[in-house]
Ligand binder design. Structure first.
Ligand code: AMP
Ligand code: MG
Length: 420
C-alpha cells in the first residue's frame, strides 16, 4: 500500500464513498508535512508570514518602572491613612526625560505618563485628586501603595519567550517584535501554490464567449482566496479536458509548487481519465464527501506537491477550499496554532430543510435584530449560484447528524471576516 492510502486507512470511520467532513479533514491533516525552509526578512516584510524562530526578549519591556498616569510620584510610606498629606514638589519627570534625583521623605515629583519612576518613589497619585498650592502638593487619603505604576518587564521579560516558531505575524506581533528592537527575523519561506481550471467549456475573461461556453470564474475566486492566505501564486490558466494537456499541467505544477489546487473534472461522470492519469503521475484519492455543496474532491500527492482537486461548481470550489484547503495550506505554511475557522452559534431567523447524513454549508447573512445576532440564508442555494457567496457574510454550518431546523433554533456560523 502506498503512503497516503496507508495513512488514511488508519483513520477510524474512513469511507471514501461517504466521507464525513471531519474524517476528510483528519485524513488530509495526517498526510501534511509543513515546508521547512526559512529566510531572514526585515520586520515589516514579515507581516502575514509564519515565524521560523522563537522570539526571546533580550530586554525588559518596559525597560524601567514608570508612571501609568499624569500625576505625582510619591513614597507610600509618607501618606497618611486618615487625612491629607502635604508634600514638597522637587522636580519633574517627563516621558523620555527622567528626574535624576532621589525622592526623600516628605517629597514628591511631578510625573507624566511613561516617565521613569524617580528613585525613592513607589506610587503615583493622579493629578486630578491633588490640591496644588505653589510647590506644596496636598494629597487626599485613600491612595493605595504602588498604584498607577507600570513595572519593568510587565509587558515582556528578558529571557522569557514571547512568540514561538509557527506563530503567524499579524499587526500585534509586528508591534511586539518592534518593541524589542528586532529589525530582522526568520520566517518560513512562502508556500508556492499552483492552480488551474479544467474544462472544455471555459473561456478566459476578456475573450468573447462561444456557443455553450462560460467564463472561467473559478480561477478568480481561487486567486482571491489564495492571495488572502499569503501564499505565492502560480497561475497555470485553463487546462482542456484532454489527457495530454492535463498531464503536462500537473507535471509542471508538481515541479514548481508545494501544492496544486484545481477545479473541475473530479465528478463521477468526468473523473475516469483524470483518475487514471493522476494515478499514473502520483497518488491521488477520489473522495465522495458527505457534504453539500462539494461532494467530489480529490486529494493526494504528485511528486512532492500536495494535490487538491476541487469540484467545478463555483460555490463548491469556495466551500471545499474554505473547509479543507485553507487550513491544509496554513499547516503546510508552518502554522502551529489552531487554524480551524472560528465558529459560534446564533439563532436561525427561519426554518431550513436538512436531512441527516451530510454536512451542509449554506450561505448566510449574520445581522443584528434588537442587539441580538441572528442569521438568515441568502436565498437560492444552488452550487452554481456564486451570487450566494457574494451576498453572504458567513457560512451556516448544518452538522452531519442534524435534521430540519426550525425558526429560532441555534445554528453554527463561520463568519467570513476575521478582525485581525
Ligand atoms: P465539473 O466538476 O468539471 O463537472 O464542473 C461542474 C460545473 O462547474 C459545470 O457546470 C462547469 O461548467 C462548472 N465549472 C467548471 N469549471 C468552472 C470554472 N472554472 N468557472 C466557472 N464554472 C466552472
Ligand atoms: Mg469539467
Amino acid at each position: 500500500m502506498s503512503e497516503i492510502a496507508r495513512i488514511v486507512s488508519c483513520i477510524d470511520g474512513y469511507d471514501p464513498d461517504a466521507l464525513h467532513v471531519e474524517k476528510a479533514r483528519a485524513a488530509i491533516r495526517a498526510c501534511l508535512a509543513p515546508v521547512a525552509a526559512s529566510e531572514r526578512v526585515p520586520l515589516r516584510t514579515a507581516l502575514g508570514r509564519v515565524l521560523a524562530e522563537d522570539i526571546v526578549p533580550a530586554i525588559d519591556v518596559p525597560g524601567h518602572d514608570n508612571s501609568a498616569m499624569d500625576g505625582y510620584a510619591v513614597r507610600s510610606a509618607d501618606l497618611k491613612a486618615d487625612g491629607e498629606t502635604v508634600l514638597d514638589e522637587i522636580g519633574t519627570a517627563l516621558a523620555g526625560r527622567a528626574y535624576e534625583g532621589n525622592v526623600g521623605a516628605g517629597q514628591c515629583v511631578r510625573v507624566m505618563t511613561g516617565a521613569v519612576l524617580p528613585a525613592g518613589a513607589d506610587t503615583v497619585v493622579i493629578q486630578e485628586v491633588v490640591r496644588v498650592e505653589g510647590k506644596r502638593i496636598a494629597i487626599p487619603p485613600g491612595q493605595k501603595p504602588t498604584q498607577n505604576v507600570r513595572y519593568a518587564g510587565e509587558d515582556l521579560k528578558a529571557g522569557v519567550a514571547v512568540l514561538g516558531s509557527g506563530a503567524r505575524i499579524g499587526p500585534a506581533e509586528l508591534g511586539v517584535i518592534a518593541s524589542l528592537g528586532i529589525a530582522k527575523l526568520s520566517v518560513r519561506r512562502r508556500l508556492r501554490v499552483a492552480f488551474f481550471s479544467t474544462g472544455d467549456e471555459l473561456t478566459p475573461v476578456g475573450a468573447p464567449l462561444g456557443q455553450g461556453q462560460i467564463h472561467d470564474s473559478n480561477r478568480y475566486t481561487l486567486h482571491g482566496m489564495l492571495s488572502r492566505l499569503g501564499v505565492e501564486l502560480l497561475d497555470f490558466g485553463i487546462v482542456r479536458d484532454d489527457p495530454a494537456a492535463l498531464e503536462h499541467a500537473l507535471r509542471s505544477a508538481s515541479l514548481s509548487a508545494d501544492a496544486i489546487v484545481t477545479s473541475g473534472g473530479v465528478s463521477v461522470g468526468e473523473a475516469d481519465f483524470v483518475r487514471r492519469l493522476m494515478g499514473e503521475l502520483g497518488e491521488v484519492l477520489f473522495w465522495k464527501i458527505a457534504m453539500r455543496p462539494g461532494r467530489p474532491m480529490a486529494f493526494g500527492k504528485i511528486g512532492n506537491a500536495f494535490l487538491f482537486g476541487l469540484p467545478g461548481n463555483p460555490v463548491a470550489v469556495m466551500v471545499t477550499f474554505y473547509q479543507f484547503v485553507r487550513e491544509a495550506l496554513l499547516v503546510l505554511s508552518g502554522r502551529t496554532d489552531d487554524v480551524t475557522p472560528a465558529s459560534f452559534r446564533v439563532q436561525s431567523a427561519a426554518a431550513m430543510r436538512k436531512i441527516p447524513g451530510r454536512t451542509e454549508y449554506q450561505r448566510g447573512v449574520l445581522y443584528r435584530e434588537n442587539g441580538e445576532w441572528k442569521v438568515r440564508t441568502t436565498g437560492q442555494q444552488g452550487s452554481g449560484v456564486l451570487r450566494s457567496m457574494a451576498e453572504a457574510n458567513c457560512f451556516i454550518v448544518l452538522e452531519h447528524e442534524r435534521g430540519a431546523i426550525a425558526a429560532g433554533d441555534p445554528v453554527g456560523v463561520q463568519p467570513f471576516d476575521g478582525l485581525v
